[in-house]
Design a protein around this ligand. Structure first.
Ligand code: SAH
Length: 217
């Protein structure tokens, strides 16, 4: 897969843009500077790959806007070796950012075609991630508990199963709200067996986290 000087130059400019919008976490900026985002899109869309926008990746889904990926990644405050669960693998871009931050990544995708395509692509790219086809509302009970959970689709409410799969002291970053409009970026920290604390971080717009649908749709 090709990564030209032009791509590298555009990638540097993207890092500057995301930094100018308020991302300060150096490790997150480095990850964005390293990952060849253009390879996550069809090659005919090369010129859009380093713009700070979300982009369609087929099957009605999108690769999140780089700023949004950076924002969620920064809120996660990942330490090397953290076990991180992602809901909504999509293109795999966010999962690669998590891997670059040193996370042991577990990621779930509910669209079979996207799952198959991304699995092949990520292994070609050289990332060793734990990818699962399934329903993100259920999480991965047999692999938890997790230090961090990141949801990359707009959730109508916080999935209960995911709360239970958080380590005590760990947290989840999830956009919550009306699936047709904007969602509020929310950090939910597990304080003890039964107590959780919540903080909000402004409005974002995600594709919906889908519930109770046959997986192949
Ligand atoms: N993290 C992705 C962004 C994906 S967009 C990236 O970096 O490209 C959101 C993804 O969540 C879509 O691929 C969608 O199919 C998936 N999704 C929606 N509802 C889901 C659910 N209940 N379980 C797992 N994945 C889901």
């Amino acid at each position: 897969m090709i990564d030209t000087y032009k791509h590298k130059g555009m990638r540097k400019a993207l890092v500057k843009e995301v930094e100018a919008k308020g991302i300060t976490d150096k490790a997150v900026l480095e990850a964005i500077g390293k990952i060849p985002r253009h390879q996550f899109l069809d090659s005919s869309f090369d010129r859009f790959a380093y713009k700070d926008v979300a982009f369609p990746i087929g099957a009605g889904q999108t690769i999140s806007q780089p700023y949004t990926v950076a924002f969620q990644s920064q809120l996660l405050e990942i330490k090397k070796g953290d076990k991180v669960l992602e809901i909504g693998t999509g293109s795999g871009y966010q999962a690669c950012v998590l891997a670059e931050l040193g996370a042991k990544v577990y990621s779930i995708e509910r669209q079979r075609k996207l799952f198959d395509k991304t699995k092949v692509f990520l292994s070609k790219l050289g990332y060793r991630l734990n990818l699962f086809y399934g329903d993100g509302y259920k999480g991965l009970p047999t692999y938890g508990p997790f230090d961090r959970i990141i949801v990359t689709a707009g959730a109508p409410e916080v999935p209960k199963d995911l709360l239970l799969q958080l380590k005590i002291g760990g947290w989840m970053v999830i956009p919550i709200g009306d699936q047709q409009k904007e969602q509020i970026m929310t950090k939910i920290q597990r304080m003890s067996e039964l107590d959780y604390a919540q903080q909000t971080y402004g409005n974002f717009s995600f594709v919906p986290m889908l519930k109770n649908k046959a997986f192949d749709q």
